[in-house]
Design a protein around this ligand. Structure first.
Ligand code: AOF
Ligand code: ZN
Length: 364
């Protein structure tokens, strides 16, 4: 199942808003075929795996399939995977987690009714983590927000002088561009935008020629007086969006931005504590963003976490110490908090990347 989880991850992003799913066929304890859902609308993982078996001349009869998600039991873009497994003569199926989609669920019962032995809940937590995005899309109108952070051992994200210098190693920076390639929008708070003047583009190597750069979104109650001073607003104004206070959205600065093609969206709440949920719904429905990458800074990241909008935290730890109290911290904005009110996460994954460690965290 661990291999199926790994394979499923290859489809992440491309399968949205459907889940990424992986499957392997096992005979006598050895993996003999593999498959994963590669793209929205294409064959499901189970059928890809059976096709791989055919290509390799492997007979699936009597073999076991490990699949990260319950095989579908409905006629959607493809016929039910349950039928494919029954026809292929697979003897046993190990399922990572049940399908939360009521239209497609019921595969487990269908397979059992045909004499196939089914075990549910194998590596369930990693299999549920794989489809955390799908679970969100099934239950809300929001996009799936990945909060990215890169900090020193003492939790600092920049020097006090705030020059835009990288905290993490080049390999980690490359990972950030992988995430930007996945995201329909890259979002920063006002402090980061005004201090760093970021372009918010994906500069990954070997991007496909039809690659569309993500929207650049700035969350701030202060709109710029001179938009042409900022790279994003100068180079691709029509791909920039401000989520701002209602007052700022009706200001002369907002009119200037709109005339240049930039969107200015009013958000409920007060300056410094904008309520962002409706902004993320708009990003999904007006802009077609399934994923966003929220890149800080510390106050913006904490606001997202406190509003329940940080679906996944990707936190790079660089083995360096700044040791400067004046330097900005990875998550900031709370005062006098007792330890009992710390925001708790669980480490869903960790991986050495270059000289850093990349942590994937989810709320408990
Ligand atoms: C996938 N890939 O590998 C599996 C899925 O729209 P359809 O017809 O492709 O069906 C999508 C549903 O099928 C999806 O919501 C999920 O419930 C189920 N299983 N989907 O896209 C897969 N196994
Ligand atoms: Zn299916």
């Amino acid at each position: 199942m661990a291999r199926a989880v790994e394979l499923a991850g290859r489809g992440r992003g491309a399968t949205a808003p459907n889940p990424c799913v992986g499957a392997v066929l096992v005979r006598d304890g050895v993996i003999v075929a593999e498959g994963w859902h590669t793209r929205f609308g294409r064959l499901h993982a189970e059928r890809e795996c059976l096709a791989d078996a055919r290509r390799k001349g492997v007979d699936p009869r009597g073999a076991a399939m490990y699949v990260t998600l319950e095989p579908c039991n409905h006629h959607g873009k493809t016929p039910p995977c349950t039928e494919a497994l029954i026809e292929a003569g697979v003897a046993e199926v190990f399922v990572g987690t049940r399908d939360p989609n009521p239209v497609a669920a019921g595969g487990v019962e269908k397979l059992r009714a045909h004499g196939i032995e089914v075990t549910v809940g194998v590596l369930e937590q990693p299999c549920r983590d794989l489809i955390a995005d799908f679970l969100l899309w099934q239950n809300t109108h929001s996009c799936y927000n990945i909060v990215k952070m890169a900090a020193t051992l003492d939790g600092k994200i920049a020097a006090a002088a705030r020059r835009p210098e990288p905290v993490s190693c080049p390999e980690s920076l490359a990972r950030v561009h992988d995430l930007r390639a996945l995201a329909g929008a890259v979002i920063v708070g006002g402090n980061t935008f005004y201090a760093d003047n970021p372009s918010l583009t994906c500069r990954k190597k070997d991007l496909p020629p039809d690659f569309v750069q993500p929207f650049g979104v700035i969350v701030t109650s202060r709109l710029p007086d001179d938009p042409s001073r900022f790279t994003l607003l100068r180079e691709r104004p029509e791909r920039a969006i401000f989520m701002t206070s209602k007052t700022a959205a009706h200001s002369p600065q907002a009119d200037v931005l709109r005339r240049r093609g930039t969107s200015v969206w009013p958000m409920p709440g007060r300056a410094g504590s904008l309520v962002l949920a409706c902004g993320f719904e708009r990003l999904r429905y007006d802009c077609g963003c399934h994923y966003t990458l929220c890149e800080g800074g510390g106050r913006f990241a904490l606001a997202l976490i406190e509003q329940g909008l940080a679906d996944e935290l990707v936190h790079f730890v660089a083995p360096r110490i700044l040791g400067d109290d004046a330097a900005p911290s990875a998550y900031s904005g709370r005062d006098n908090v007792p330890m009992a009110e710390a925001l708790d996460f669980r480490i869903a994954d960790f991986e050495p990347v270059g000289t850093d460690i990349m942590l994937t965290l989810r709320r408990r």
